[in-house]
Design a binder for this molecule. Structure first.
Ligand code: HEM
Ligand code: HEM
Length: 194
């Protein structure tokens, strides 16, 4: 079976490059958010760094929500450019990729919304964007805190599992491209030597 090459001419349109730039910025944000989230919940309540760490985690989470809006608009541009030219072949791998990417988008939206739900249910004015107070979207409700906490926890770790699945999937493509590139360099060198 031939491995699909993501570095083909059609994928090199500027909208796709733009999409991948947002992709890597957001991936870096998720590394920071997951690390802070996992560490901060383990810290003792009286430790000074705990509260700033929660604020930082929330701010970074809000930042990903803003970046997601930008990403969706860019994705729509990519689709417009791609699918107005040629309708996709509705193969099983195409459906698998669409299903995985759609799930990732649902998590990129659902996880921070669940975090916002948790913070708002706990107390009012509990979410700031690097110090800038943000409006409450959900009402304060102590009976909803448990549900919100569970929701944020399970959605976060299921999201992480999907990210690992996606990375594994893409890593195969990246490795195949690296192999192609190395063989190209090897051939170019042999030509130069002869
Ligand atoms: C950290 C969380 C990540 C998320 C949420 C994520 C999500 C996505 C999504 C939704 C797409 C489809 C294009 C788009 O709409 O942006 C995509 C494409 C891609 N991702 Fe990720 N990704 C993540 C991390 C990674 C990692 C770690 C790798 C490297 C192994 C990777 C490699 C790629 C590649 C190469 C593409 C382009 C695939 C193509 O040519 O269509 N991603 N990613
Ligand atoms: C994509 C964005 C986000 C990711 C991936 C994420 C991930 C996580 C993770 C992994 C934890 C630790 C859970 C545990 O092990 O118990 C956590 C905790 C937490 N997150 Fe997020 N989070 C995100 C966004 C947000 C946002 C936007 C808010 C609020 C505005 C928020 C509020 C919280 C709070 C309050 C906790 C502590 C929960 C507890 O005390 O049990 N998160 N988050």
């Amino acid at each position: 079976m031939t491995v699909p090459n993501p570095i083909t001419k059609s994928r090199k349109n500027s909208a796709f490059k733009h999409l991948m730039t947002v992709h890597w910025w957001m991936a870096a944000c998720y590394v920071i958010i997951f690390s802070t989230g996992m560490i901060m919940v383990q810290l003792p309540a009286n430790l000074d760094i705990r509260s700033p760490m929660y604020s930082f985690h929330k701010s970074m989470g809000v930042l990903t929500m803003a970046l997601l809006t930008w990403r969706i608009l860019t994705l729509l541009r990519v689709w417009w450019k791609k699918y107005t030219r040629r309708f996709p072949k509705l193969t099983l791998p195409w459906f698998q990729t669409v299903a995985l990417h759609t799930s990732l988008y649902v998590f990129m939206w659902g996880v921070p919304v669940a975090g916002y739900f948790l913070s708002n249910s706990f107390r009012p004015n509990n979410v700031k964007f690097f110090g800038l107070p943000l409006p409450d979207i959900f009402p304060v409700d102590s009976s909803a805190v448990g549900l919100a906490r569970n929701l944020h926890f399970w959605l976060s770790y299921t999201f992480l599992a999907f990210i690992l699945l996606h990375s594994l999937d893409q890593w195969k493509v990246i490795r195949a491209n690296l192999r192609r590139f190395r063989s190209f360099l090897g051939k170019a060198k042999t030509k130069g030597d002869s």
